[in-house]
Design a protein around this ligand. Structure first.
Ligand SMILES: [Zn+2]
Ligand SMILES: [Zn+2]
Length: 130
Protein backbone atom coordinates (compact mmCIF):
# COMPACT_ATOMS: atom_id res chain seq x y z
CA UNK A 1 0.00 0.00 0.00
CA UNK A 2 1.16 3.48 -0.79
CA UNK A 3 1.86 5.70 2.15
CA UNK A 4 -0.27 8.66 1.22
CA UNK A 5 0.54 12.07 2.59
CA UNK A 6 -2.10 13.00 5.10
CA UNK A 7 -3.47 16.35 6.13
CA UNK A 8 -5.83 17.35 8.86
CA UNK A 9 -9.39 18.20 7.95
CA UNK A 10 -10.09 21.72 9.23
CA UNK A 11 -13.70 20.86 9.93
CA UNK A 12 -13.67 17.56 11.81
CA UNK A 13 -10.00 17.27 12.67
CA UNK A 14 -9.32 13.82 11.27
CA UNK A 15 -6.34 13.04 9.11
CA UNK A 16 -7.02 11.88 5.58
CA UNK A 17 -4.86 11.48 2.48
CA UNK A 18 -4.54 14.87 0.81
CA UNK A 19 -5.82 13.62 -2.52
CA UNK A 20 -9.17 12.89 -0.91
CA UNK A 21 -9.84 16.49 0.06
CA UNK A 22 -12.61 18.27 -1.73
CA UNK A 23 -13.73 21.86 -1.75
CA UNK A 24 -16.96 22.22 0.20
CA UNK A 25 -19.40 24.88 -0.91
CA UNK A 26 -20.68 25.57 2.59
CA UNK A 27 -17.45 25.52 4.55
CA UNK A 28 -15.66 27.24 1.67
CA UNK A 29 -12.61 25.19 2.38
CA UNK A 30 -11.05 21.86 1.62
CA UNK A 31 -12.63 19.15 3.70
CA UNK A 32 -12.30 15.39 4.10
CA UNK A 33 -14.70 13.02 2.29
CA UNK A 34 -16.76 12.57 5.46
CA UNK A 35 -17.35 16.27 5.87
CA UNK A 36 -17.96 16.64 2.18
CA UNK A 37 -20.78 14.13 2.34
CA UNK A 38 -22.14 15.80 5.48
CA UNK A 39 -21.50 12.73 7.66
CA UNK A 40 -19.52 14.61 10.26
CA UNK A 41 -21.82 17.61 10.52
CA UNK A 42 -23.53 16.26 13.62
CA UNK A 43 -20.45 14.67 15.09
CA UNK A 44 -18.57 17.90 14.65
CA UNK A 45 -19.10 19.23 18.16
CA UNK A 46 -17.82 16.05 19.70
CA UNK A 47 -14.74 15.96 17.54
CA UNK A 48 -13.87 19.48 18.55
CA UNK A 49 -13.74 18.50 22.16
CA UNK A 50 -11.30 15.75 21.38
CA UNK A 51 -9.12 18.03 19.32
CA UNK A 52 -7.14 20.29 21.59
CA UNK A 53 -6.29 22.82 18.91
CA UNK A 54 -9.08 25.24 18.22
CA UNK A 55 -10.06 25.27 14.57
CA UNK A 56 -9.93 28.50 12.60
CA UNK A 57 -13.13 30.49 12.83
CA UNK A 58 -13.50 29.61 16.47
CA UNK A 59 -15.91 31.95 18.18
CA UNK A 60 -18.09 32.43 21.24
CA UNK A 61 -20.73 30.12 19.93
CA UNK A 62 -18.23 27.32 19.53
CA UNK A 63 -17.02 27.94 23.04
CA UNK A 64 -20.57 27.59 24.29
CA UNK A 65 -21.21 24.45 22.26
CA UNK A 66 -18.03 22.89 23.51
CA UNK A 67 -19.06 23.55 27.07
CA UNK A 68 -22.45 21.94 26.50
CA UNK A 69 -20.91 18.92 24.83
CA UNK A 70 -18.42 18.54 27.63
CA UNK A 71 -21.23 18.67 30.18
CA UNK A 72 -23.25 16.11 28.29
CA UNK A 73 -20.26 13.82 27.92
CA UNK A 74 -19.61 14.05 31.62
CA UNK A 75 -23.16 13.04 32.45
CA UNK A 76 -22.95 10.13 30.08
CA UNK A 77 -19.71 9.03 31.61
CA UNK A 78 -21.14 9.03 35.11
CA UNK A 79 -24.19 7.14 33.97
CA UNK A 80 -22.10 4.59 32.17
CA UNK A 81 -20.03 3.85 35.19
CA UNK A 82 -22.31 1.12 36.44
CA UNK A 83 -23.76 -1.44 34.11
CA UNK A 84 -25.94 -4.30 35.09
CA UNK A 85 -24.61 -7.80 34.67
CA UNK A 86 -27.56 -9.71 33.22
CA UNK A 87 -28.82 -12.57 35.37
CA UNK A 88 -27.05 -11.42 38.53
CA UNK A 89 -27.61 -8.84 41.23
CA UNK A 90 -24.21 -7.46 40.66
CA UNK A 91 -23.14 -4.64 38.43
CA UNK A 92 -20.02 -3.96 36.50
CA UNK A 93 -18.30 -0.86 37.70
CA UNK A 94 -15.83 1.13 35.70
CA UNK A 95 -13.38 3.17 37.69
CA UNK A 96 -13.44 6.83 36.71
CA UNK A 97 -9.83 7.16 37.63
CA UNK A 98 -8.08 4.25 35.92
CA UNK A 99 -10.90 2.89 33.71
CA UNK A 100 -10.45 -0.52 35.22
CA UNK A 101 -13.72 -2.42 35.18
CA UNK A 102 -14.68 -4.91 37.87
CA UNK A 103 -17.68 -6.55 39.50
CA UNK A 104 -19.43 -4.49 42.13
CA UNK A 105 -22.04 -5.64 44.61
CA UNK A 106 -24.47 -2.74 45.11
CA UNK A 107 -26.16 -4.36 48.12
CA UNK A 108 -23.04 -5.06 50.11
CA UNK A 109 -21.40 -2.00 48.62
CA UNK A 110 -18.33 -3.98 47.95
CA UNK A 111 -15.61 -3.40 47.03
CA UNK A 112 -15.46 0.09 48.49
CA UNK A 113 -12.51 1.12 46.45
CA UNK A 114 -11.20 0.29 43.02
CA UNK A 115 -9.17 -2.93 43.27
CA UNK A 116 -6.73 -1.55 40.79
CA UNK A 117 -5.96 2.01 41.84
CA UNK A 118 -7.70 2.22 45.23
CA UNK A 119 -9.86 5.13 44.14
CA UNK A 120 -13.11 5.51 46.09
CA UNK A 121 -16.13 4.21 44.26
CA UNK A 122 -18.95 6.73 44.09
CA UNK A 123 -22.20 5.56 45.60
CA UNK A 124 -24.47 3.82 43.19
CA UNK A 125 -27.64 5.89 43.10
CA UNK A 126 -29.19 4.24 40.10
CA UNK A 127 -30.88 1.26 41.65
CA UNK A 128 -33.32 1.20 38.80
CA UNK A 129 -30.49 -0.44 36.93
CA UNK A 130 -31.36 -3.62 38.76
ZN1 LIG B 1 -13.63 16.35 7.93
ZN1 LIG C 1 -9.26 2.58 39.52
Amino acid sequence: MNQAIKAQCKVCGIFVPVDQFKLHYKYKKMVCPNCFSGKTEKAEEKKRVETPAKPPGWDQEDEYLQKMVRLRNKEEKEKAQFTKIPGTEQVRCKCNNCKFSFKYDPFRKSPRTCPYCNEDIPRLKTFNLL
